[in-house]
Design a binder for this molecule. Structure first.
Ligand code: ZN
Length: 250
């Protein structure tokens, strides 16, 4: 069920966090979506996705409506969950929350899932950063929104995505990405131009003064993860983050 999972308990005045990246196992989806597909928009049976989402919520000690999803657009808009209706999945690529009663979810299958946390001020974010999002700056936009809300000490986890060697693109596309983040210019397994989206994202986070952990793993190479590049029609795994309230509030 989980590719990676960590729980940091709250201490004194500091918030804790539960954050994780799922893998494709331990769910009800079949065939090309097997097993733990968490996306409704990829042609899977909705009942299977609901069951899978229930399982994820249960693992986090939450109810299904407490999982906050996005209708991801490959853009750079950011939404604050407090401004949304219950159950609303806004057309954005980043969600920000200061509530410990919900978990933020980003769905991926090659794009980079980015989870952000401020343990001092009690803020979290989940970001969908593919190549267009990296180029248009969805991560810096999310950091800016978090800072507007008072974040001072941000840390991030960048989950597995398609690696530079596996993400061949036309030369113009690599040049456009490199014009924004030079470190994102890559070379594929066969020596052709490619883009290292996650390297660009990590570079953006570091420039913003965020402490970064970049998890190892390439979606296209790891059969435990969904990869659109590898399989075309397939499911989505997720990055998920939930704030835990400090002891003083318990
Ligand atoms: Zn790879």
């Amino acid at each position: 069920m989980f590719f990676w999972r960590e729980r940091i308990e709250p201490t004194g005045d500091s918030y804790g966090v539960e954050w994780a990246v799922t893998d494709r196992w331990g769910g009800s989806s079949l065939d090309e979506h097997a097993e733990l597909n968490l996306a409704l928009h990829v042609g899977d049976r909705p009942e299977a996705v609901e069951t899978n989402r229930h399982r994820l919520a249960h693992e986090l000690g939450l109810r299904l409506p407490d999982l906050r999803f996005m209708d991801q657009q490959h853009g750079c808009d950011v939404a604050l969950t407090a401004e949304l209706a219950e159950g609303q999945a806004p057309s954005v690529d980043a969600l920000v929350s200061g509530s410990s009663d919900e978990a933020l979810v980003v769905m991926v299958a090659d794009c980079a899932p980015v989870l952000l946390l401020d343990r001092t001020d009690g803020l979290v974010a989940a970001v969908h950063a593919g190549r267009p999002g990296m180029v248009s700056g969805v991560v810096p936009a999310t950091v800016a929104r978090l800072r507007e809300l008072g974040a001072r000490q941000l840390e991030a986890v960048v989950g597995p995505s398609v690696c530079a060697r596996c993400y061949e693109v036309p030369a113009e596309m690599r040049d456009a990405a490199a014009a924004v983040e030079p470190v994102s210019a890559g070379v594929s397994w066969t020596g052709t131009p490619s883009v290292d989206v996650a390297a660009g994202v990590v570079s953006q986070l570091v420039r913003e003064g965020v402490t970064v952990r970049w998890l190892p793993g390439c979606t296209r190479e790891d059969p435990n993860l969904y990869s659109y590049r590898r399989d075309g029609r397939t499911g989505r795994f997720v990055g998920v983050v939930r704030l835990l309230p400090p002891e003083r509030a318990a």
